[in-house]
Write a protein that binds this ligand. Structure first.
Ligand SMILES: *[C@@H]1O[C@H](CO)[C@@H](O)[C@H](O)[C@H]1NC(C)=O
Ligand SMILES: *[C@@H]1O[C@H](CO)[C@@H](O)[C@H](O)[C@H]1NC(C)=O
Ligand SMILES: *[C@@H]1O[C@H](CO)[C@@H](O)[C@H](O)[C@H]1NC(C)=O
Ligand SMILES: *[C@@H]1O[C@H](CO)[C@@H](O)[C@H](O)[C@H]1NC(C)=O
Length: 495
């Protein structure tokens, strides 16, 4: 058994094709921007390389056949078959986003192959045919693999294309089990180049297939993420991705839309492109949501008549009997003594949300109708218009952005009354109690569930932080990959 090592003569220069994707002027509105930082891109690259390599091997190469002239032996027909790459190791890799596309280079890659060899010859000395066969193993070292990927927006989904792909083998060493000594040199001389280019071709082809699959995975991403039965988030990509030297940015529509195909309310006409700025530059991902996203949710649920409910149970049930209002609205008690009451709360306009550096303000116009229950009939007796102002806070719950509000203040005015004038200053403490113990808990139970941030399924946010700035909320986070079928299915090799 002997090992011979020589340098392959094949050189494939990996040229980065400069295909500058000219940026189309923004024609559509985007209210959510996602930026993947260099750290995020590295994370995805490592994930893909690990997965991709696991899925490449074992890789069969086509049979190689050749007749070589060997000194003192003559013409020998040699055949290599059952050539299999069974192991690939990538020693280092890097990814660099750039204007021309995203360049991925894996260098110092080694791979191990096994194969069957076979030869036959006849000479004038020995006119009968001589043949032999055995196994051989080949090590390919110092292989460089480079890819340039293009990303563009195609009708609202991401299109990934392979702009350039190259694989260059530097060293090959062949180890032959059995056979005659002349065979080693003969094999090296005759097959080195061919094995090298077979490996290069096979790997290039596999990568092309891998990119195709990644592309179809991206194309298959939904354009809407369901939030609940009523709403979904429009995650249609708007404009081409913005690839800079240290990040890749995506703009998506980001607004809430109704799940039933009723036209969604159009409240916002500014052409916004929220920019993403994380204070911690090392975070993998930044997602910026314009306040329009929250206001689109507010408009949608308002249209869905979600924002209306009746209250017939409160923590202090005496508040829902006219007896409890005896001294506050004496005429109510006189007219309907000891009758149960019900409160009918309706939003009179969609809540308005404003985000600033220091605060998330929400203001809500509510009509509060006081109903008296007589023989199971609800008799509306008065309506108080409230303007409730609260401040909100947001947090990350799983991959959701969730929130809560607390009361800042409220104003009230009498809209109509069937029981004469009401002394609002007397009613105010009761209303305060209703807002604190009924209204806010109700609202917060909905806000607490939050809505999903646009993140691909198998990834989860990790160490997220939230930054509020003028009119936008930015989530800066690392991500973790949780094994799921998605990416595995995606990278399962063709058999
Ligand atoms: C082909 O190679 C594989 C290992 O890569 C081996 O298990 C198999 O037996 C070989 N087949 C033949 C016909 O030699
Ligand atoms: C693959 O080849 C490398 C050298 O390139 C060697 O160190 C390693 O042991 C081989 N692995 C296997 C599983 O044969
Ligand atoms: C989703 O967003 C895209 C891009 O802004 C827009 O063209 C499309 O009409 C939106 N879909 C819905 C259902 O609103
Ligand atoms: C609550 O009030 C609204 C008008 O503001 C009315 O349309 C609705 O029917 C009332 N609901 C109940 C249960 O009384």
């Amino acid at each position: 058994m002997r090992t011979l090592k020589t340098s392959a003569t094949l050189f494939l220069f990996f040229v980065v094709a400069l295909q500058i994707e000219s940026h189309v002027h923004a024609t559509e509105e985007s209210f959510t921007s996602i930026v993947i930082s260099q750290n995020g891109v590295d994370f995805v690259k490592d994930l893909l390389i690990t997965k991709e390599i696991a899925s490449i091997v074992p890789l069969k190469l086509p049979k190689i056949e050749k007749t070589v002239k060997i000194p003192f032996v003559g013409n020998v027909r040699m055949v290599l078959s059952n050539i299999t790459i069974y192991r690939i190791d990538v020693s280092s890799s890097y990814v660099k986003p750039g204007e021309s596309g995203v360049v991925i280079v894996a260098s110092g890659t080694t791979c191990n192959l096994s194969m069957n060899w076979y030869y036959e010859y006849s000479t004038w000395l020995v006119p009968v045919e001589i043949s032999d066969k055995g196994r051989a193993s080949v090590q390919v070292e110092g292989m460089e693999v480079g890819l340039t990927l293009g990303l563009e927006n195609q009708k609202g989904t991401l299109k990934l294309s392979l702009m350039d792909c190259g694989c260059h083998v530097k060293d090959i060493s062949i180890k032959v089990d059995g056979g005659a000594s002349w065979l080693y040199q003969g094999m090296i001389d005759a097959f080195e180049e061919q094995i090298g280019s077979a490996v290069e071709n096979a790997i290039t082809k596999k990568l092309e297939e891998g990119i195709l699959k990644l592309d179809s995975f991206l194309q298959s991403l939904p354009k809407e993420i369901p939030v609940d039965n009523h709403a979904s988030l429009n995650v249609t990509f708007v404009d081409s991705p913005l690839v800079s030297s240290s990040s890749i940015g995506f703009d998506i529509n980001g607004l809430f839309t109704a799940r039933e195909k009723v036209p969604s309310p159009k409240y916002f006409h500014q052409n916004l492109q929220p920019s993403v700025s994380c204070t911690d530059q090392s975070k993998m991902l930044g997602i910026s949501l314009d306040e329009a996203v929250f206001n689109s949710a507010s408009a949608l649920y308002y249209d869905a008549e979600f924002m209306q409910w009746t209250v017939d149970k409160v923590p202090d049930q005496s508040l829902l009997n006219t007896a409890g209002w005896k001294y506050i609205i004496p005429q109510l008690y006189r007219k309907y003594p000891n009758d149960d009451m019900m409160l009918n709360i309706t939003f009179s306009s969609p809540p308005v949300i404003r985000v600033s550096e220091h605060n998330i303000d929400a203001s809500v116009n509510v009509d509060l109708i006081i109903d008296v229950l007589e023989e199971d009939e609800a008799i509306p007796v008065a309506c108080i218009a409230l303007v409730v102002r609260g401040s909100g806070s947001v947090k990350i719950s799983g991959n959701n952005l969730a929130g809560s509000v607390k009361l800042n203040d409220f104003t009230m005015s009498l809209k109509w009354s069937k029981i004469g004038n009401l002394r609002l200053y007397l009613i105010q403490p009761v209303i305060w109690t209703v807002i604190q113990t009924v209204f806010l808990p109700y609202v917060n139970s909905h806000l607490g569930q939050g809505f999903p941030l646009p993140i691909i399924h198998s990834f989860t946010l990790k160490n997220a932080e939230i930054i509020c700035s003028s009119s936008k909320i930015t989530v800066c986070s690392d991500v973790a990959y949780t094994e799921s079928l998605n990416l595995n299915q995606l990278l399962v090799r063709f058999s």
